[in-house]
Design a protein around this ligand. Structure first.
Ligand code: ADP
Ligand code: MG
Length: 598
């Protein structure tokens, strides 16, 4: 039998590897910017065309490359940043895998110009789909300029998979922010088509954060400063009263590298316990310095999740540090720290009985709109509903409790009462019906909004005194994406400046009259809704709008309001589940009640 195994040609291997590293234009922006930072640049300019689909250019004044290095830099596993496996435990640079340029060159058309300060001539390299098309001397400033054109031109399936321009631009801005906040000593400029989105002079952390998020954040920053033998924690946290309902101002960095860390996020939130407005998340910009040998940055190809040797101790130190900072501003009442800014916490030993890290369960395949029954448990509930004929709800009343005297059934009076301003309870034939008031309202609004969006004629609007707010540039792009649709639902938004918006009209269905709150919840809900083939953009918008406009828990309802909600809920096509697929209604059956009295 003949042998059949062959080594893949480099171009194919690179294309496969690129799938991990380069997912969208924002990944290219990240990799090129990080290379410029690693090259010691003082000025870095990023130029984007068509949300990176046509051009991503990053120009720096860093070290530049020799002619040989310029060519070698595009080889896989070619790096100047580590030489042995030992170096993996002391990484100080952003890159170290040596695969970014090889990956980018495998899936786009790249033109690189680079010159070292001391060389007279620079080098031009052009590569398309891993094939070197040109390499020649050129004249160019000292430093490096990479132009990446027509990303995924040779992988039509990937190119088609890219999202709308506004969405891709939002991802680019988010990646840009992660890098510029970590490196305030570098000047950064970001252009998109004809507009300059950022021009950030070198400065300190506080100045950089204000440069990125606008002047309004400056009064909101409380400094953190904690040194322990294990870790140093510096940075800023936001005042609780200014916490937004959008995510986008929460940043952890470890040794100047951005990281996602859901467990440490919980530590920050824990410190704010009971002092945050409902559904708000505080802003934070937290910079940790730790011995590189005690973290593993090698666990994820895009390198944003980082493992710590001593997570539990750090959790405690972080939470204490945030509490202490809040306490200094009299935000949390008295805290018993001996020193003002130095919280020395013994490492290890005393943390035996700390709480378990909260587990986070995410079902990546879950589609909130693909029907009602998703898990066996839900299916069970759903079937029980069917059995009890809830959707045929009028029947519930045919045998409403009658008067003692056995009078003939009159129009029975419907009884509603509210528990904890959260649940609406009403007696029905088979027992007690319990309705989650917020989810019920979301369901009602979701169906109403969806219908309006599909018919393309608007709902009624409340005109209001104009309110001006400043948004994170990334959120501006989210807003642009949904603006036409939400205007059909009653939102009226104008753009007097690049990052400022003016709200002049609100959907009259909204339970809140705070336009900022509604808009923030809307943007966040929209960002959080995963889109897939089955979920159209209209469903996403209707669900996000329903989330932003529904009555919250804690709102007390009048009898007629409960009644109206009840009727509107059961006029819905799918009253049993919220737009996100959570149950809206439950019945405590008579048997269950009887059982409790046995
Ligand atoms: P890594 O950053 O992991 O080393 P890359 O593929 O991103 O891998 O880059 C390969 C090499 O090319 C780097 O190690 C560096 O030596 C060189 N390089 C890349 N970009 C630049 C730049 N802007 N300026 C100078 N050298 C660069
Ligand atoms: Mg790199």
């Amino acid at each position: 039998m003949s042998d059949i195994i062959k080594l893949l040609p480099d171009s194919v291997a690179n294309q496969i590897a690129a799938g991990e590293v380069i997912q969208r234009p924002a990944s290219v922006v990240k990799e090129l910017m990080e290379n410029s930072v690693d090259a010691g640049a003082v000025n870095i300019t990023v130029v984007i065309r068509d949300s990176g689909k046509t051009l991503i250019q990053v120009v720096d004044d860093g070290s530049g490359m020799s002619e040989t290095d310029a060519r070698l830099s595009f080889e896989r596993h070619a790096t100047s940043k580590i030489t042995s496996a030992m170096d993996l435990f002391a990484i100080k640079t952003k890159g170290f895998r040596g695969e970014a340029l090889a990956s980018i060159a495998a899936v786009s058309m790249v033109e690189a110009k680079t010159r070292k300060e001391e060389s007279d001539a620079g080098t031009l390299v052009m590569i398309s789909g891993s094939k070197v098309e040109k390499q020649e001397p050129c004249s160019c400033p000292a430093g490096t300029s990479f132009s990446v054109k027509n990303l995924f031109y040779n992988i039509p399936a990937r190119r088609k998979f890219l999202k709308s321009d506004n969405t891709e631009m939002r991802h680019i801005i988010t990646e840009f922010q992660k890098i510029v906040i970590a490196h305030p000593d570098i000047r950064f400029i970001l252009h998109h088509n004809e507009s300059e989105i950022y021009n950030l002079p070198a400065g300190n952390h506080r100045q950089r954060i204000i440069g990125v998020f606008g002047k309004q954040i400056s009064n909101d920053l409380i400094a953190l400063d904690t040194e322990t033998t294990l870790i140093t924690i510096r940075g800023f946290i936001g005042k609780p009263e200014n916490a937004r309902r959008t995510y986008g101002e929460q940043f952890f960095f470890v040794n100047n590298r951005f990281m996602k860390h859901p467990y440490f996020h919980k530590a920050v939130i824990e410190a704010y316990q009971n002092i945050l407005p409902a559904e708000a998340v505080p802003a934070y910009f937290i910079f940790m310095e730790i011995d590189p040998a005690s973290i593993d940055i090698n666990i994820h190809p895009t390198k944003t999740e980082i493992k710590f040797e001593d997570e539990r101790s750090i959790w405690q130190i972080l939470m204490a540090s945030v509490r202490e900072a809040l306490g200094r501003f009299n935000i949390v009442p008295s805290l018993d720290f001996e020193n003002e800014s130095l919280v020395e916490i013994p490492v290890r030993s005393s943390f035996r009985d700390m709480p378990e890290p909260p587990a986070i369960e995410v079902d990546p395949d879950y589609n909130p709109f693909s029907g009602v029954a998703r898990t066996p448990e839900h299916k069970d509930n759903f079937n029980r509903f069917k059995r009890e004929n809830v959707s045929n709800w009028e029947k519930l009343y045919t045998a409403f409790e009658r008067d003692k005297g056995d009078k003939p059934a009159m129009e029975p009076e419907r009884k509603f009462f509210q528990v904890k301003n959260k649940y609406i309870i009403c007696p029905v034939k088979s027992g007690l019906m319990i309705i989650d008031q917020k989810r019920a309202h979301q369901r009602i609004l979701f169906e109403r909004f969806l219908e309006k969006l599909n018919q393309e004629h608007g709902v009624s609007q409340t005109e209001m005194f104009p309110v001006e707010i400043e948004l994170n540039p990334a959120d501006i792009f989210v807003l642009k994406e949904i603006e036409d649709d939400i205007s059909l639902l009653g939102f009226n938004i104008q753009h007097p400046g690049q990052n400022t918006i003016l709200i002049t009209g609100l959907p009259s269905d909204s339970s809140s009259s705070d336009p900022v709150e509604i808009l923030e919840i809307l943007l966040e809900a929209y960002k959080q809704t995963k889109s897939d083939a089955a979920t159209g953009i209209k469903e996403k918008i209707a669900a996000a709008m329903a989330e932003a406009s529904a009555i919250p828990y804690g709102k007390s309802l009048l009898k007629n309001e409960m009644e109206d909600m009840f009727d509107a809920l059961f006029a819905c096509k799918a009253p049993n589940y919220s737009p996100k697929g959570n149950p809206v209604i439950n019945i405590l059956t008579l048997e269950e009640i009887d059982k409790r009295f046995r």
